[in-house]
Design a protein around this ligand. Structure first.
Ligand code: FES
Length: 217
C-alpha cells in the first residue's frame, strides 16, 4: 500500500542534513572502498529515525519518513545519482516516503494473519481511529497501513507499530493498545496473550528435562 514518491509535494522540505556526521561516518566505514552505495539502506534508516526524533517533539507530532532532500543528500554522500536512492526507498515498505503519524500501525493481512482474523483487526483500528488505510489521524498520532507478511505468522494476527511487533491480537486488545499509546503509556510488545515468543499456548512441551549447561563447563 505504499504511495508513489511525490518529489514536488508541498510537504517536502527544501533541505536536509544529518545531525550526526559521526553516525554517517560509522555507516560508511562498514563497506569497502568503492562500495559506498551499499550504505544507501542504513543511511535511509538513519534519515528516517532523525525525522522521527524531530517529529516526536513537534506539535502536532509526526513519525519517521524520508524527504526527497534526504535522499538527495544520501545520493551525494555515496556518489550515486539520486534515482538510485529513490529506487531503494520506493521499493521497501520499511521506508516511508511521505509524512506519517507518530505511530505507524502496519497491519499484516497476508494469508496466515487473514485466516486468524486480521480483517477484524483492520476494522477495529479503522473504527477506533476513524481513518482508512493510508490515512493519518488529525492529531498526527496514528497512521494505518496494510502490509504483507512480517514474519510473525506463528503468532498471527499481528501488527507492527514503529519498531515493535504486537502479536496474538484480538480486536479488543488492538483497541486497548491504541488507547495506551495515545495516552503515552508503555505497552508490552510481542505476544499479547502472555506466551513466551512462539511457544505453544499451553507452555513448553519438549526439552522439559534439559539441563542448562553453564558456559565453560
Ligand atoms: S502472515 Fe502475518 S506475519 Fe506472516
Amino acid at each position: 500500500m505504499k504511495k508513489h514518491l511525490d518529489l514536488h509535494a508541498a510537504y517536502q522540505p527544501q533541505s536536509f542534513s544529518f545531525r550526526s556526521a559521526e553516525a554517517v561516518k560509522d555507516i560508511l566505514s562498514r563497506y569497502p572502498e568503492g562500495r559506498a552505495r551499499s550504505a544507501i539502506m542504513p543511511l535511509l534508516d538513519l534519515a528516517q529515525r532523525q525525522v522521527a526524533e524531530d517529529g516526536a517533539k513537534a506539535n502536532p507530532p509526526y513519525g519517521g519518513w524520508i524527504p526527497r532532500a534526504a535522499m538527495d543528500e544520501i545520493a551525494r554522500i555515496v556518489g550515486q545519482p539520486p534515482i538510485k536512492v529513490y529506487e531503494v526507498a520506493t521499493f521497501y515498505s520499511m521506508y516511508n516516503i511521505e509524512p506519517v503519524g507518530q505511530y505507524l500501525v502496519q497491519m499484516c493481512t497476508t494469508t496466515p494473519c487473514m485466516l486468524c482474523g486480521s480483517d477484524n483487526i483492520v476494522k477495529a483500528c479503522q473504527d477506533r481511529l476513524g481513518i482508512g488505510l493510508g490515512e493519518t489521524t488529525g492529531d498526527g498520532k496514528f497512521s494505518l497501513m496494510e502490509v504483507e507478511c512480517l514474519g510473525a505468522c506463528v503468532n498471527a494476527p499481528m501488527v507492527q507499530i514503529n519498531d515493535d511487533f504486537y502479536e496474538d491480537l484480538t480486536p479488543a486488545r488492538m483497541v486497548e493498545i491504541i488507547d495506551l499509546l495515545e495516552q503515552g503509556k508503555e505497552v508490552p510488545v510481542g505476544s499479547q496473550t502472555g506466551r513466551l515468543n512462539s511457544q505453544a499456548e499451553g507452555g513448553g512441551t519438549t526439552l522439559k528435562d534439559a539441563k542448562v549447561r553453564k558456559s565453560g563447563t
